[in-house]
Design a protein around this ligand. Structure first.
Ligand code: MG
Length: 167
């Protein structure tokens, strides 16, 4: 069995909005009085996860596959990215062993949404939710993330595929 580890990181700016806010993290819509500034829906959890998967599979990064100056991806649902990335990994013979994700945000409170994120990500990755771990932490008030100016996420994944001789 061949194994490959991958790491991904993403951050997006947050802005206050008059009227309707809300963020999408890990494919889950979370009510909020602010929103994420991004070309797509700004789902940092999925972006970090896609980069980790692409990294492990040796397939570059999310910006190469889904350029943020391409109109097709304006306000895109990031779950579309994740499903495509999963398909690319599958084409290479890769299966996900597990993923571990950390979201770093002062707000909103994410604990109540973590299990929904795991379910949602598991659906898109075609694997059971217990293989996709999501953790949330704050930045203890330190720096830009600590001031609530942005939300960041990092992800680590392990992929596996049969040895070349048996493929
Ligand atoms: Mg991003």
């Amino acid at each position: 069995m061949e194994m490959a580890v991958g790491h991904g990181y993403d951050v997006h700016r947050v802005e206050s909005v008059a009227g309707e806010g809300g963020v999408v993290l890990g494919g889950v819509a979370i009510p909020w009085d602010r929103r994420i500034v991004a070309h797509s829906d700004g789902d940092v959890v999925i972006h970090a996860l896609c980069d980790a998967l692409l990294g492990a599979a040796g397939l570059g990064d999310i910006g190469t596959h889904f350029p943020d100056d391409e109109a097709a991806w304006a306000d895109a649902d990031s779950r579309v990215f994740l499903r495509r990335v999963r398909a690319l990994c599958a084409e290479g013979g890769w299966t996900l062993s597990n993923a571990d994700i950390t979201v770093i945000a002062e707000a909103p409170r994410l604990a109540p949404h973590v299990s929904a994120m795991r379910e949602r990500l598991g659906e898109d990755l075609d694997c059971p939710a217990h293989r996709v771990n999501v953790k949330a932490t704050t930045h203890e008030g330190l720096g830009a993330i600590g001031r609530g100016e942005g939300i960041a996420a990092c992800a680590v994944v392990l992929l596996r595929r049969p040895d070349p001789a048996s493929r």
